[in-house]
Design a protein around this ligand. Structure first.
Ligand code: C2E
Ligand code: CA
Ligand code: CA
Ligand code: CA
Length: 279
């Protein structure tokens, strides 16, 4: 019993060292993979709530690690954010999306937007707008094709600065969506000042819709509040018909989830949604 405290300390130290070591490895591998382009964007379709129209896709990064195979973003985005490498990674994401947007247009997919996740670290860059416009110009793609997904965490620590940034982005032609809405700490009084066009209801509320009345109430409240603020609403993570029906009844505008379409490589997206010329 006398050693307990010391063992605990030693245990935590060992755990922490292991974690630090692992993060260092991930960072080394990430840096290497950036130069070798071991990344890919998957595209998850976004539909109108009646499922009759494709309105766009969310671009989701995939890492093909040379030894470990596919590593999901949850395993490396945080490491990239801590080190600042997320800026370079984000540049690659935008550039790759530009290249693929042109391919989508070429196969007759029109009137769509590609939603890109912007890390809070990227969002705080002073030169974010200029920098993104430069990448778009280099690829000859208009900001009209891009919707930027921003989380509450990115905007809440300096609200006035964040509003200025969002306004500048929107003025330049980007659409703005609030991602994972409901999980952060946005205050309602700020919400109406945010120059955003869309609210994305976090998956956690949607997955509980069928067995939790509170999640139903929250979902309905978010839809109604968003509409009264003049915003469109999208529900994330829709996996069942029952969830979709609830959202249709509540007049949610857009849907995204495994039920309507999983994230897929650009080639599969083109195969599925290109306007075919066969009769
Ligand atoms: P997110 O922005 O909330 O993206 C939605 C996540 O939910 C994606 O996970 C998607 O595959 C998953 N998803 C979609 N529909 C369903 C569903 O019906 N059921 C379930 N269980 N999951 C569903 P993914 O691709 O693993 O990405 C995880 C997170 O990593 C993203 O969450 C986003 O925060 C981050 N991320 C992904 N790509 C990028 C990127 O290019 N840049 C940055 N900064 N972050 C990214
Ligand atoms: Ca997102
Ligand atoms: Ca989300
Ligand atoms: Ca999420």
């Amino acid at each position: 019993a006398k050693d307990d405290g010391r063992n605990t300390v030693r245990f935590f130290t060992r755990e922490m060292n292991a974690k630090l070591q692992k993060n260092k490895e991930i960072l080394t591998d990430l840096t290497e993979s950036l130069t070798q382009e071991h990344f890919e964007l998957y595209y998850q379709p976004l539909f109108t709530i009646e499922q009759d129209t494709l309105v766009g896709a969310e671009a989701l990064i995939r890492w093909h690690h040379p030894e470990k195979g596919m590593v999901p973003p949850d395993k490396f985005i945080a490491v990239a954010e801590k080190s600042g490498l997320i800026n370079e990674l984000g540049d690659w994401v935008l550039a790759q999306a530009c290249r693929e947007i042109k391919n989508f247009v070429n196969v007759g997919i029109t009137d769509f937007k590609i939603a890109i996740n912007i890390s809070p670290v990227q969002f705080r860059r002073k030169d974010l707008l200029q920098h993104m416009l430069m990448i778009l110009a280099r690829h000859d793609v208009s900001p009209d094709f891009i919707e930027l997904e921003i989380t509450e965490g990115a905007v809440m620590d300096n609200v006035d600065q964040a509003i200025e940034t969002m306004q500048a982005l929107h003025d330049a032609g980007f659409q703005l969506a609030m991602d994972d809405f409901g999980t952060g700490y946005s205050s309602l009084s700020y919400l109406k000042r945010f120059p955003i066009q869309k609210m994305k209801i976090d998956r956690s509320f949607i997955s509980d819709l069928e067995n939790d009345d509170d999640s139903k109430s929250i979902t309905t409240a978010i839809i109604q509040m968003s509409h009264s603020l003049g915003l469109h609403v999208l529900a994330e993570g829709v996996e069942t018909e029952a969830q979709l029906h609830y959202l249709q009844d509540e007049k949610c505008d857009y849907v995204q989830g495994y039920y309507t379409g999983k994230p897929m490589p650009a080639s599969a997206f083109i195969k599925k949604f290109s306007v075919s010329e066969e009769s």
